[in-house]
Design a protein. Structure first.
Length: 244
């Protein structure tokens, strides 16, 4: 009987998984008494990536999802243009719930825009946006969010930026950042409930490939890595994707 190669083992392992970590693979080998060495493992992974059998999903993470997630920016292009023209040196990150509307289970009737920037410039930006007829809230508390019952289309929430390894002048928030921010806003402004959050994240990460390592890195910066990890794990248990 022909011996199954390391490359074939990895291929078979990955077929029923949307995402997996290198440690998942090593655990699989050890549990099934598959002999391997680090060099052979790395070479096999590189071949599978080159042949488009698996794809990178962040440091140590891999995926079988072909298409990388692309988030449409149309809902926030206008506000980004207004701010960047007035404050060309200001570093900020922006996203809107409207960008996620196709992933909601219960589609909201109104959408919120979130802008994250250095705390020293929050009040200046708030004043500027008010002057331009935007409905702006600066770090609103849970109690203050009762005002959101009167949300208008131009409602914006300003938050202090949490610095991590995202590129500077990254006006368009990446989906990996949004997944974590959305979890925080779920608790801060009663935006959605937890079940809706899990449905949104599940729809996102299973539709197109995201960077799992980047999600967890940013979640660590926001001190919610364990909570985000549990959400990802719950999603992937039902889809046979593995998370250690």
């Amino acid at each position: 009987m022909k011996k199954i190669s390391i490359k074939d083992h990895i291929s078979n392992f990955s077929k029923i998984r949307y995402y997996f970590h290198l440690q998942d693979l090593q655990k699989y080998f050890n549990n099934n008494k598959v002999e391997y060495n680090e060099e052979n493992l790395k070479k096999s992974i590189l071949r599978l990536k080159k042949n488009n059998i698996i794809y990178g999903a962040g440091r140590g993470w891999y995926s079988t999802i072909v298409e990388k997630f692309v988030l449409h920016s149309e809902p926030i292009e206008k506000i980004i243009k207004i701010i960047s023209e007035k404050f060309p040196l200001l570093e900020f990150s922006c996203w809107s719930t409207e960008q996620l509307k196709s992933f909601f289970h219960h589609l909201p009737t109104q959408f919120l825009t979130f802008i994250y920037l250095d705390k020293d410039y929050l009040q200046t930006l708030k004043d500027f946006l008010w002057e331009n007829n935007y409905n702006v809230f600066l770090n609103p508390s849970k109690k203050e969010t009762e005002k959101f019952l009167l949300i208008r289309n131009k409602t914006i929430i300003l938050r202090s930026a949490i610095h991590y390894r995202e590129s500077k002048n990254q006006y368009l928030a990446k989906i990996e950042k949004i997944i974590v921010d959305l979890f925080m806003e779920m608790k801060k402004v009663n935006l959605i409930d937890f079940e809706e959050y899990k449905k949104i994240v599940s729809n996102i990460i299973l539709s197109n490939r995201v960077n799992i390592a980047e999600i967890l890195d940013y979640a660590h910066s926001r001190k919610i890595k364990d909570e985000i990890y549990i959400v990802l794990q719950e999603i992937c248990v039902s889809t046979k994707a593995t998370f250690l």
